[in-house]
Design a protein around this ligand. Sequence first.
Ligand code: MG
Length: 259
Amino acid sequence: MNIVRFAYRGLVATGVLDGEDVYRLDGDVFREWQRGTHVAPLSEVQLLAPVQPSKIVCVGRNYAAHAAEHNAEVPKEPLLFLKPPSAVIGTGEVIRLPRLSRHVEHEAELAVVIGRRCRHVRPDESAWDVVLGYTCANDVTARDLQFSDGQWTRAKGFDTFCPLGPWIVTDVDPRAVDVIARVNGEVRQHGNTRDMVFAIPHLIAAVTAVMTLEPGDVLLTGTPAGVGPLVPGDVVEIEVEGVGVLCNSVRAEADVPGD
Ligand code: MG
């Protein structure tokens, strides 16, 4: 099942995508729901970020080949950091390159969407029970600030630095799917989730050993090798096999208040 959030003629709602058509989702996507009435063809709705998380928890260096390209060790336990909810945008929205950075990079990632409130989840098969589904993410990073600051809040936290989408897929097995980044149609990253250092149950256990995860919270599972720069005018696509393609254009932050 594919779950969308969309805007259509003034209606902003969660819906169900079936083929090329969007339907209402009646009920609570995290509890009981059923498919409602037809809304419109997919081509006529504006897709929004598929969730509005209370937090986005990320893991660094979860693919050995990516750690190696930064001459960094693979961590002995998951290296966790946060992105703020204000960084989230959906497919089709614009990534704004901030004036504070001279070097912004894409990071293609599989995103896990949490389906139920949880704490102290065990790192075994039971961890899958707290997952609603999966979407694509771009862990956009101001690489220069990441290195100069020594911690990652600014580098990872700018507005528009967490594209998510295009939708949530609930019935894909995420353990061996390709994770791809394309910039202007050229493949820049092409990894597979089977190469994660820490698998998804281990990541969920590590996060929930620290904090409660809420329905709609998002876990970014790390990026494979091949990260690279984004410049104004680029179009960056993040594809996760069996999930979909998240597409965003890139422009410089305008020198005006509010941008
Ligand atoms: Mg990342």
